[in-house]
Design a protein around this ligand. Structure first.
Ligand SMILES: Nc1ncnc2c1ncn2[C@@H]1O[C@H](COP(=O)(O)OP(=O)(O)OP(=O)(O)O)[C@@H](O)[C@H]1O
Length: 592
């Protein structure tokens, strides 16, 4: 499992980046081979046509002007004009196709990472702030946009351009061509030296960016608490600190990145000066004026791609810092997954057995459950009671395999939950957590989440049964009223009634209710109790409630403490035992 992380700590990479990862990036480009070849073809055409300009200049200076060949000059002008039109069409086509290609690749990548993170287990989400996951799916992928669209194809185009120019230069004058390469090795060395620092700087930058996003994400989620505790100033302080760290690392990364550009520029200027010097000395002896001027134009043609390649290299090193995070996420093992020979769980009756279950959240962590043993018959209701932190939520998280047991087994209808296909397991279990999740959309859509093909009538019927219909009808647009994400425009009780309807619609054989009635006042509780009774009919249900009045009617009550079952029995039985449950119940009763 990944090491736990917060917004204050930089994430360490689980493995270092290797050139193989670029190959992996290539697999995203592969499906678009045809498009890439088409674009490259256009680039070759544009480059070949582009070679005409300096050559025409050489002809003009060395032949047409001295020999006053007006007709040839005009003919050449016309050809030159056509060549410019071809180049500009190629350029337009190239930009369009490259952008299209880059966006398609990014879309594939984004889809891959999103599909993958949906399969990752709870333990992954426990291990880092959600903002740090978010930034990988959104921002890091976006930073690759330029690399994949312009960078890569421009790089190939520049290589082609450089090679064609080099061939033409050698064809015109071998000596001058060789002189023009003299400073290139120096540049290559400088690039490699700078790259090492640059990569580290960009890794740091991506970390700081990730920390800041995690903090902003957390702050938005907790804004109500911040405002009610009036802790805005403190939050601002932490934000400024993280923001400063981000800015500083950004400046450092950019400063290092900018070192490459002067190195390339200087080498290019030195080479051009050097060639002018050599060329000027040879004019009239071995070199004509036209050749030297054409040569200089080719030189610019030769150096421009090198400058661009330098920039691409910069971009690549920068993107590497993000790419390794993206691949790291993609390589994260979905630990909770179907075994190779997993069977589809047949429609269940709902018998649940915990066999000597041991559970730890972290390998080195404490044993939360330590030999937990119990049985629930199909259709019965069981309440889990125990002090806070005893492991009640943990128990129910094991039933639908949000986590896997460390030892022992959880069986449904005699089948180990680890031997069945996850989808077939979870489809038959309904869960209502303490924090009812309401998605942005209409009430109807929110209830329909339980059964995507449910008709409007089915939804209304379910709502009626759990007593949600009356309040929904009173909303401005009834079932079509739009609610905000997390249901912020609804009361807690209303949110819970909606989630009751949602679960009823899903019609699971096993139902899990974790503190589902915790946020509700006594009047609403009575209403909910009626809804709840409807919900519980003919299902095996696990109920966690701190208010013992809500679980009195359960067939069985388990008191969990110290990772084991401490007491077991019906409400009456446990009261007679005069143990932990009886004490708890009596103290709640006395407090009323
Ligand atoms: N994701 C997690 N990672 C690590 N430890 C966890 C995680 N979730 C819970 N724990 C720990 O496991 C123990 C049991 O937690 P659990 O939520 O199951 O208790 P609970 O009985 O449901 O508590 P409560 O009544 O307060 O809801 C606690 O000590 C808690 O700190």
């Amino acid at each position: 499992m990944a090491k736990r992380n917060t917004y204050q700590t930089d994430e360490e990479l689980s493995k270092s980046f290797s050139w193989q990862d670029y190959k992996r990036l290539g697999t995203y480009i592969k499906p678009y081979k045809k498009a890439v070849i088409g674009i490259l073809l256009i680039i070759v055409i544009a480059n070949l046509v582009g070679m005409l300009g300096p050559y025409f200049m050489k002809l003009t200076i060395d032949e047409f002007i001295p020999n006053k060949e007006k007709v040839k000059l005009l003919q050449m002008g016309a050809v030159y004009l056509v060549s410019l039109l071809i180049i500009s069409w190629c350029m337009r086509y190239r930009i369009l196709k490259i952008t299209e290609l880059g966006q398609k690749i990014l879309k594939d990548m984004r889809a891959d990472i999103f599909t993958h993170i949906q399969k990752l287990p709870f333990s992954y989400y426990d291990s880092k702030p959600h903002g740090k996951i978010l930034i990988r799916v959104v921002n890091y992928i976006n930073t690759l946009s330029d690399l994949l669209s312009n960078g890569l194809i421009n790089f190939l185009s520049d290589i082609i351009n450089m090679l064609i120019t080099l061939v033409v230069m050698f064809m015109i004058d071998v000596k001058l061509a060789l002189y023009s390469l003299i400073f290139l090795p120096l540049l290559i060395i400088a690039t490699f030296v700078i790259q090492r620092f640059q990569r580290v700087a960009y890794q740091t930058l991506s970390n700081k960016q990730s920390n800041l996003t995690a903090y902003i994400h957390e702050s938005i989620a907790g804004v109500r608490i911040t405002q009610s505790f009036t802790k805005e100033e403190k939050k601002q302080e932490i934000f400024e600190d993280l923001s400063n760290q981000y800015r500083t690392s950004w400046m450092k990364a950019v400063q290092i990145m900018r070192l490459l550009w002067p190195a390339v520029e200087l080498t290019s200027v030195f080479t051009i000066c050097f060639l002018y010097y050599i060329g000027a000395k040879q004019i009239g002896i071995e070199v004509t004026t036209g050749t030297l001027i054409a040569f200089m134009a080719y030189m610019t043609n030769f150096w421009n791609p090198i400058i661009n390649i330098g920039n691409f290299y910069n971009q690549l090193v920068t993107a590497t810092a993000y790419l390794e995070r993206i691949f790291e996420t993609l390589d994260e093992e979905p630990l909770i997954k179907d075994k190779e020979n997993a069977i589809e769980l047949p429609p269940i009756k709902g018998d649940v057995v915990f066999n000597q279950v041991v559970f730890q959240y972290e390998t080195e962590g404490a044993k939360i459950l330590n030999g937990l043993d119990f049985k629930v018959e199909a259709g019965k209701s069981i309440a889990l009671v125990g002090p806070t932190g005893a492991g009640k939520t943990t128990v129910i998280n094991l039933i639908n395999r949000f986590y896997d047991v460390t030892d022992g087994s959880v069986m449904i209808d005699g089948i180990n939950v680890e031997d069945v296909q996850l989808l077939s397991l979870r489809k038959q279990i309904g869960v209502m957590l303490q924090d009812t999740f309401i998605f942005s959309g209409t009430i109807l859509e929110n209830i329909r989440y339980g059964k995507l093909d449910a008709t409007r009538d089915e939804i209304i019927e379910a709502s009626r049964l759990v007593r949600a219909h009356d309040f929904i009808e009173k909303l401005p647009n009834g079932y079509d009223t739009i609610v905000e994400e997390r249901g912020s425009t609804l009361s807690s009780g209303q949110q819970q009634l909606i989630s009751f309807a949602r679960v009823l619609l899903a019609d699971p054989k096993i139902l899990i209710l974790d503190e589902a009635t915790a946020n509700i006042d006594t009047a609403t509780e009575e209403l909910l109790q009626i809804g709840l009774n409807e919900l519980l009919k003919n299902r095996t249900s696990f109920i966690i409630a701190h208010r013992l009045s809500t679980i009195k009617n359960c067939d069985q009550i388990l008191v969990i403490d110290g990772g084991r079952v401490k007491e077991k029995g019906s409400h009456e039985e446990l009261l007679q035992t005069k143990g932990h449950y009886a004490n708890l119940y009596n103290s709640q009763f006395e407090n009323k």
